[in-house]
Design a protein around this ligand. Structure first.
Ligand code: GCW
Length: 724
C-alpha cells in the first residue's frame, strides 16, 4: 500500500506532468498556455483585474470572446468579467468616442495617426491609478489591438510601461488560395481545400472561424478563395450563395473576400459568343455580374485575375491588351467600390526573350494607364518563387501604378511541407532590397507601401499554405510562414528575427534556452535550402511539373523555359544564365548602379552569381575556390546545416509534448535525406560537364546519376499517380 502511494503520483506526474501542457498544432500561435511565473501572473492579473470593454458589434463580440477565452487560459481566471464602467477599470477598451473625455485626451495624438485599422495600447495614470487603455478609431482596430495585447502576454512581455501605437503600412494584406472547386489545391501540401462547397452555405465549419481568427490575429484583411487558374463556376448563383455564407462568417474578423475571375466566363457561363473586353455585351455582362455579387456580398473585395499566362484566357485572345482587360473589369466593379487585382506573371512560348524579362517588358509601358481601382500583382522575383531570386525589376519601375507584391507561402520550390524553411527571411530579403529607382534607399518595401511613390492602394499577397491537415500547414513550422507573412504585410520593415522570436514564444515556449537556439535555426533554415537546392544563383532546376526534387537534366519539355537546362546552361565551358549586356541584357531592367554592378561578375553578390552570369568552371570565387568547388561546397554546406538543425531539435525535447517533438524530428530526417538527394543528383549531373573531382569536404555520392534520373514519383503532390 505504502509503496503504491509513493509510486502512483510519480507515475502520474511522469505521464501528465513530465511534458509541457498539451497544446495542439491546430491551435496555431493562439494556444494561450497557462502562465506559470508567479510575478508575471500577478502583474497580468492586476492589469486585467477589472475590464471595461465598450461596444456590441459582431467584431467587438469576437474580440470580447477572444479576450475572455485567452485570459481564462493564460491566467487561470474563471470567469473573466467585463462591463462598460471605465471609471474604475484596470483595463479599458473602446474606440475613440467610447472613451471618457479624460482618456480620450490622453490618447488624442496617438489616435490621430492610426487610420481605420490601427490601435494604441498605452499604460496611463488616471485618477491616481495605473490604467491600461486600448483604443482605435474603429472596431476592427480594436480587434487587432486585442490580439496584439494577447500576443504580448503570450510572449511574457511586461505591460506596465507600454506605449504601442501601431497601424498597418499596407492596405491590402491578402492571402490567395489556389483552391480548386473539387477541393484539390494547386501546389497545396497540407491536405485538401478547407472550403467545403457541398455543405455550404448552411454548414459553417468551425474551422472557417478559426481560420478567420488566425488571419485577424496577424492583420490579414483579405482572401481570394479560389485558384488563379480559375473555374468560371464560382461566379454562378449556386456558388455565390456559398461564397456569401463565407463572407458573412469572415466579416466580423475584418476579412474581405475576393474571387478569381476567369476571363472567358462570359462564354462559359454567360452564353455569349465572345469575352472580348471591348465588346459591349461582354462589358454589360461583367457589370451585371458585379451587381449580382454585390447584392450577395455588399463588401465584396473584387476580382483576382490571371490572364494570358500559362494557358489562361485573357484579353490577348481578342487582340486586346492587359490594360483593356483589367480596366474593363475595373469599370464593372467601380460603382461598388471593388478592385481588380491583375497578375503580372506572364511569359510566352512564342517569345524567345529571356523569361525573366517578359513581365517587365509587357507591363512597364502600361504605367499610368490602369484605372485607380486596379492593382498589378507581381511575384517577388522575375522567374517563379525560387529559393532565391533578385527582386522583380517591376518594383519601383511603375510609379503611376498601384502594385501588390506576391509571395508564395506554400513551399512549391522549397521542399513542400516536408522541409523546415522559415520564409520571413526570404520575404525580408526581398523587401529590404534596394531598387535605387529613386536613388539609394528606394527599397522594395518603400515601393510597396506607397512611401516612395504615391499609390492609390497598396498590397502584399501570399499564396496560402493552409489545408485540411490537422496542423493546417502540413509542417508545423510552416505555420511560422503564414504568421510571418501576416506580420510583414502589416509592417514590411519588421525583421525576420523578431518574427521568429514572436512565433516561437507563442507557439512553443518562452524559455530562453528554447527560443535562442531555435531562432537561430529558423533564420539559417532559409539559407540551408538555398544551399542544398540552388546555390550561387542557380534556379529552376526542379524536376518536371511537380517540382519535387532535382531535375537539372530535364531538357525535352515542349516550352524551352520549362526545362531546367534553359536556366543553368551547363556545358563543358561553365554554368549559369548570361543576363548581362553580352547576354539577354535583363540587367538593363534594373536601375543604376545595380545595372553596372550586376553586369560584372566581380561586383555581383555571389548569391546571384549564376543568375546573371555564365562563368567558367575554374572562375575564382571571393574565397579563392574555383566555381566548381564552390558549388560543391555550398551543396555540402546545405546538407550540414540540416544535420545541425536535427542536432538542435534533439535538444529541444524537454520543451515540447513528446508527439509534437517527434513529428518535427521525423520531418527533419526526410529533409536531410532530400538535401543529400539534391546535393548528389545535382553535383553528379554538373560533373558530367565540369569533369572535375569533388573537393575535399564533400561527401561522395552513394548512388549513380542514372539512379537519380530513373527515380519516379507517382505520389508527388499535384499529379495524377501514374508510372510514366
Ligand atoms: O509557380 C507557378 C506554378 C503554377 C501556378 C503559377 C502561377 C497557379 O507552378 O502552379 O499556377 O505559378 O503563379 O500562376
Amino acid at each position: 500500500m505504502a509503496i503504491k502511494n509513493t509510486i502512483l503520483p510519480f507515475v502520474f506526474l511522469f505521464l501528465i506532468g513530465a511534458y509541457p501542457q498539451a497544446t495542439t498544432d491546430y491551435d496555431l500561435w493562439l494556444s494561450y498556455p497557462e502562465i506559470e511565473d508567479e510575478n508575471l501572473l500577478e502583474h497580468y492579473r492586476s492589469q486585467t483585474s477589472t475590464i471595461a470593454f465598450t461596444g456590441t458589434s459582431a467584431t467587438i463580440q469576437v474580440a470580447k470572446k477572444e479576450l475572455q477565452m485567452a485570459l481564462e487560459k493564460m491566467l487561470g481566471k474563471t470567469p473573466v468579467k467585463m462591463d462598460t464602467d471605465q471609471s474604475n477599470a484596470a483595463l479599458v477598451i473602446g474606440t475613440k468616442h467610447q472613451l471618457t473625455s479624460a482618456l480620450q485626451g490622453m490618447l488624442a495624438i496617438d489616435l490621430k495617426h492610426l487610420g481605420n485599422e490601427g490601435f494604441v495600447l498605452k499604460a496611463v495614470v488616471h485618477k491616481e491609478k495605473n490604467v491600461l487603455v486600448l483604443s482605435a478609431n474603429s472596431d476592427i482596430g480594436l480587434l487587432y489591438g486585442v490580439f496584439r495585447l494577447l500576443e504580448l502576454m503570450g510572449q511574457h512581455r511586461p505591460l506596465d510601461q507600454i506605449t504601442l501605437v501601431d497601424a498597418p503600412k499596407i492596405d491590402l494584406r491578402m492571402l490567395n488560395h489556389w483552391d480548386n472547386l473539387d477541393r484539390t489545391v494547386e501546389r497545396g501540401y497540407a491536405g485538401f481545400s478547407i472550403w467545403n462547397w457541398q455543405k455550404l452555405p448552411e454548414y459553417i465549419d468551425p474551422r472557417y472561424l478559426d481560420y478567420a481568427r488566425a488571419n485577424a490575429s496577424i492583420g490579414i484583411n483579405a482572401i481570394s478563395l479560389t485558384n488563379v487558374n480559375a473555374n468560371a463556376l464560382i461566379l454562378t448563383p449556386i456558388y455565390l450563395e456559398k461564397v456569401q455564407a463565407l463572407a458573412n462568417a469572415f466579416r466580423p474578423y475584418g476579412v474581405k473576400i475576393f474571387l478569381t475571375a476567369r476571363f472567358s466566363a462570359p462564354l462559359e457561363i454567360g452564353g455569349l459568343g465572345t469575352a472580348d473586353p471591348l465588346d459591349q455585351n461582354v462589358r454589360e455582362w461583367w457589370a451585371t455580374k458585379a451587381s449580382e455579387i454585390y447584392a450577395h456580398i455588399p463588401d465584396f473585395g473584387g476580382f483576382l485575375v490571371k490572364a494570358n499566362s500559362e494557358g489562361q484566357p485573357g484579353p490577348q485572345n481578342y487582340g486586346r491588351n492587359h490594360v483593356d482587360g483589367a480596366n474593363m473589369l475595373a469599370k464593372a466593379l467601380e460603382p461598388h467600390g471593388g478592385r481588380v487585382i491583375w497578375r503580372a506573371f506572364v511569359y510566352s512560348e512564342h517569345d524567345a526573350e529571356d523569361r525573366a524579362k517578359q513581365a517587365y517588358s509587357e507591363f512597364v509601358p502600361y504605367d499610368g494607364q490602369f484605372m485607380d481601382n486596379v492593382l498589378v500583382q507581381t511575384k517577388n522575383g522575375p522567374i517563379d518563387f525560387q529559393p532565391r531570386e533578385p527582386f522583380h525589376p517591376m518594383f519601383g519601375a511603375m510609379p503611376k501604378t498601384s502594385q501588390a507584391i506576391e509571395f508564395q507561402i506554400t513551399q512549391e520550390y522549397l521542399g513542400f511541407s516536408t522541409h523546415l524553411v522559415f520564409l520571413p527571411k526570404l520575404f525580408e530579403e526581398v523587401l529590404d532590397a534596394d531598387t535605387y529607382s529613386k536613388g539609394e534607399g528606394s527599397t522594395v518595401a518603400k515601393a510597396m507601401d506607397g512611401s516612395l511613390y504615391d499609390k492609390k492602394v497598396t498590397g502584399m499577397v501570399g499564396v496560402a499554405n493552409v489545408g485540411t491537415d490537422l496542423n493546417w500547414t502540413g509542417h508545423p513550422f510552416a505555420q511560422a510562414n503564414w504568421y510571418g507573412f501576416g506580420r510583414l504585410a502589416w509592417d514590411p520593415y519588421l525583421d525576420a528575427e523578431t518574427i521568429a522570436e514572436e512565433w516561437l514564444r507563442l507557439t512553443y515556449s518562452n524559455e530562453a534556452s528554447f527560443v535562442e537556439p531555435m531562432k537561430e535555426l529558423l533564420i539559417y533554415s532559409r539559407e540551408a535550402v538555398v544551399n542544398y537546392m540552388n546555390p550561387l544563383g542557380l534556379h529552376h532546376i526542379f524536376d518536371t511539373g511537380h517540382h519535387y526534387g532535382p531535375g537539372p537534366w530535364v531538357s525535352e519539355l515542349g516550352r524551352p523555359e520549362w526545362n531546367p537546362t534553359y536556366y543553368h546552361n551547363a556545358d563543358e565551358h561553365g554554368i549559369g544564365f548570361n543576363r548581362t549586356s553580352t547576354g539577354s541584357n535583363a540587367i538593363a531592367q534594373y536601375a543604376e548602379p545595380l545595372r553596372s554592378r550586376w553586369n560584372d561578375p566581380s561586383t555581383t553578390p555571389e548569391k546571384y552569381l549564376l543568375w546573371f552570369h555564365h562563368l567558367p568552371w575554374d572562375y575564382t570565387l571571393k574565397d579563392g575556390h574555383t566555381l566548381w568547388d564552390g558549388i560543391a561546397l555550398k551543396y555540402q554546406e546545405g546538407v550540414d546545416q540540416v544535420a545541425d538543425m536535427i542536432a538542435t531539435w534533439e535538444k529541444m525535447a524537454p520543451y515540447l509534448a513528446k508527439e509534437r517533438h517527434h513529428e518535427v524530428a521525423m520531418l527533419l530526417q526526410i529533409q536531410l535525406k532530400e538535401a543529400k538527394w539534391w546535393r548528389d543528383a545535382c553535383l553528379m549531373y554538373f560533373q558530367t560537364f565540369s569533369k572535375r573531382e569533388l573537393p575535399n569536404g564533400v561527401e561522395k555520392p552513394i548512388h549513380t546519376l542514372e539512379h537519380f534520373k530513373a527515380l519516379k514519383f507517382p505520389f508527388a503532390p499535384g499529379i495524377r499517380p501514374q508510372w510514366d
